[in-house]
Design a protein around this ligand. Structure first.
Ligand code: AKB
Length: 319
């Protein structure tokens, strides 16, 4: 039987996490599941299970039969789409988590990873250098579901001994998969526009500062958290994690250093209110102290990596 299962393997983080787990454990040691088939040939070399994670009996069957060491439960509806379909977002984000936690309580899996987000913060949270135990004040259904999920995780740990671990991700930026339905998605889309020599229409204002992270840092952090000894994990809600903070204008400038004629236009939409409710920067000292978190990539390197990665893929496709 495989060691790890990724639920939500077709999503932006899912694809990248599966690739990293395959490299770490071997393709056969990783099973993948989603409600849709992942669009990545390498990811699909692992055994795929079609799964609706809101269906309790399907989740139980898969986890009981698989008896995995680790389950990474990533299936979720993100902030922007969640505002269009609040009840569906709540159902998917909450029910699927409870299904996995219940299965873990039955002993079908040793360790669970579940992602939280900077969306748990809101207008009452300080804007800068947000502490681990700062006020949680979400304004979106996605943020409310992440806040509730964090406390469910802690409840299952404290009450039933479930070893569930979590990170509050900032916006994640990678070139091997596409985001969908989030407020930080612009920070991936902008690089695709730059490589295609297109004018980028940004749905946030030029000066909107948000916490962001290169995908490889996020995946490495996730695997490090999961590999840490149980005794090191002192936060059973979710860890703050930070790498960099920037505005759309700053990304555009960093792109212009490589692609001098790159152009951006600003047309803020409903996502601006979500972004404006989130903090600008996060303090992740607790993750550094407890399990040695240390981000590696900043904006200048990120821009080069993204432009190189997307261009290489475009050449593969056309070449
Ligand atoms: C979103 O924008 O909804 C996500 C997140 C910050 O959790 N990327």
């Amino acid at each position: 039987m495989a060691q790890a299962l990724v639920i939500g393997s077709a999503g932006q983080l899912g694809i990248e996490l599966v690739l990293a787990l395959q490299a770490k454990l071997g393709t056969n040691e990783v099973h993948i599941s989603d409600i849709r088939v992942p669009e990545n040939e390498t990811v699909l070399q692992s055994r795929f299970f079609h799964l609706d994670a809101t269906d309790e009996s399907s989740v139980f069957k898969l986890l009981e039969e698989g008896n995995y060491d680790e389950v990474y439960h990533l299936a979720a509806m993100l902030s922007a789409t969640g505002e269009k379909r609040p009840l569906s977002a709540w159902e998917l984000n909450m029910q699927s988590l409870l299904n996995v936690l219940e299965a873990a309580k039955e002993g079908y899996v040793k360790r669970v990873f579940w992602p939280s987000s900077i969306a748990v913060f809101g207008p009452k949270t300080p804007r800068k250098n947000v502490a681990q135990d700062a006020a949680l004040d979400p304004t979106t259904v996605y943020g409310v579901s992440k806040l509730a999920g964090e406390y469910w995780c802690r409840y299952y740990h404290d009450k039933y001994g479930v070893d569930v671990r979590s990170i509050r991700y900032p916006g994640l930026i990678g070139h091997r998969s596409l985001p969908g339905g989030g407020t930080t998605d612009y920070a991936v889309d902008i690089y695709h526009a730059a490589v295609k020599n297109e004018v980028f229409h940004c749905f946030l204002e030029a000066g909107t500062t948000l916490p962001m992270m290169y995908m490889d840092d996020a995946v490495r952090g996730t695997l490090e958290l999961m590999a840490a000894p149980k005794s090191a994990i002192r936060v059973r809600t979710s860890y703050n994690l930070a790498a960099m903070s920037f505005t759309p204008q700053a990304v555009a400038e960093s792109i212009r250093a490589v692609v001098p004629n790159f152009q951006i236009e600003y047309a803020p939409d409903h996502r601006q209110a979500i972004a404006s409710s989130w903090p600008e920067s996060i303090n992740d000292q607790q993750a550094r102290d407890d399990w040695g978190w240390n981000p590696e990539i900043g904006l200048t390197e990120l821009t080069q990596i993204m432009l190189d990665g997307i261009s290489a893929k475009a050449h593969e496709v056309t070449g």
